[in-house]
Ligand binder design. Sequence first.
Ligand SMILES: Cc1cc2nc3c(=O)[nH]c(=O)nc-3n(C[C@H](O)[C@H](O)[C@H](O)COP(=O)(O)OP(=O)(O)OC[C@H]3O[C@@H](n4cnc5c(N)ncnc54)[C@H](O)[C@@H]3O)c2cc1C
Length: 406
Amino acid sequence: MAAVEQTDRAEYVVVGGGMVADAAARGIRDRDPDGRVLVLGDDVDPPYTRPALSKKLWIDPDFTEADNDCGTAADTGAEVRTGVRVTAVDTAARTVTTDAGDVVGYGSLLLATGGRPSSGPLEPGPRVIAFRTAQDYRDLRQLAGDGRHVVVVGGSYIGTEIAAALAQNDTRVTLVMPDEVLGASMFPPRLAEHFQRMFAGAGVTLRPGTRVTGGTAGDDGVEVTLDDGSTLAADAVVLGLGITPSTELAEAAGLAVDDGVVVDGTLRTSDPHVFAAGDVAQYRDPLLGVTRVEHVDNAKTMGQAVGELMAGRTEPYDHTPFFYSQVLGTRYEAVGTLDGSARTVEDWATDAGPEGEGVVYYLDEDGRVTGVLLWDVAERVEQAKEVLADRAPQTEEQLRGRITAG
Ligand SMILES: Cc1cc2nc3c(=O)[nH]c(=O)nc-3n(C[C@H](O)[C@H](O)[C@H](O)COP(=O)(O)OP(=O)(O)OC[C@H]3O[C@@H](n4cnc5c(N)ncnc54)[C@H](O)[C@@H]3O)c2cc1C
């Protein structure tokens, strides 16, 4: 087959214009002031901070979408193309092809394609939003407020954050979630009950132990059917059902793919000129083992590192990420796995328990710590990592008081 002619070339090409793309452009620039960086993203917006879409933009009236722009091009000199989808990667020719028909050559390529939100049994449309992008935020803003009714599906991070944000913005919210108690899949029972009370207290109607089985969307609203046979009429539905990593380009290019695009300690895929990072990448973490992380600390830190590695850094990547969420005035941070069915040691600062601050340790069958939750406890992530790194079995007495609030 004749080689396809290149229409453009950059030393560094990034597929996906999200949070990793922004961090990677910064990492490249820290090492290489001159190399051309080209970001090809299918979002209509240039890189922005995704966590603000479900939190700060709803609760801080002084914070606008303009403040939420990462400023990638201005800060790094990268060329950021929006609304461009990469449709193929040719690792032999070292080119990518876009949906506009461009064939762009690269020196190093970064796959920073993140993930696409799952929609479950409801088809996304103008009133059914599988929440992920800044455009989703703008669309939901139009559909919310003025006492309107929004059904939020899913009781994990995105679902709880959006439910809280809407409830604080003059919107009636019904939260449909499979857990019998909100947060029960992540938190021990006492904390989950407190978490659920926070939402009930904010006026959110909870439908625990319930799943959406279908629904119909019209011009004026949506009717949602639940697995207990009941229906809900709403102005809009928000789906917070997790993501599927966008690995299809890597698969079609013949790169190793498992739960995500497989990378080594230098964040290279099975092709040494192609890197991957962020939500899409499966890597070996020194504390967590082989994993794929869908959180912002991972996106920013791995993104910065992959940029440096593309531009000549040789030290491997060894950062263990934390994650955080913030709802209804409470912030929690965590390292490792939060499994509500695991044995836990709860170490609350006062007798008020989860009403105040505290630390929850999650243990495996042998008593080793597999996760640490910092409930309204700031600046203790490094200590939490130290506890996780200690592979000796721990007793309750050893864990109590090991991490204290500042
Ligand atoms: C609403 C929301 C709130 C969040 N809040 C938190 C939080 O509080 N705490 C936390 O720890 N984490 C949070 N996260 C997770 C965090 O934002 C993600 O881990 C992070 O954005 C991942 O960055 P990424 O660059 O890997 O993927 P993304 O930011 O998703 O970027 C990937 C981009 O690539 C594009 N793309 C995919 N395929 C192609 C292609 N073929 N061609 C061109 N472009 C393509 C996608 O459309 C997307 O724009 C939140 C996520 C969301 C959605």
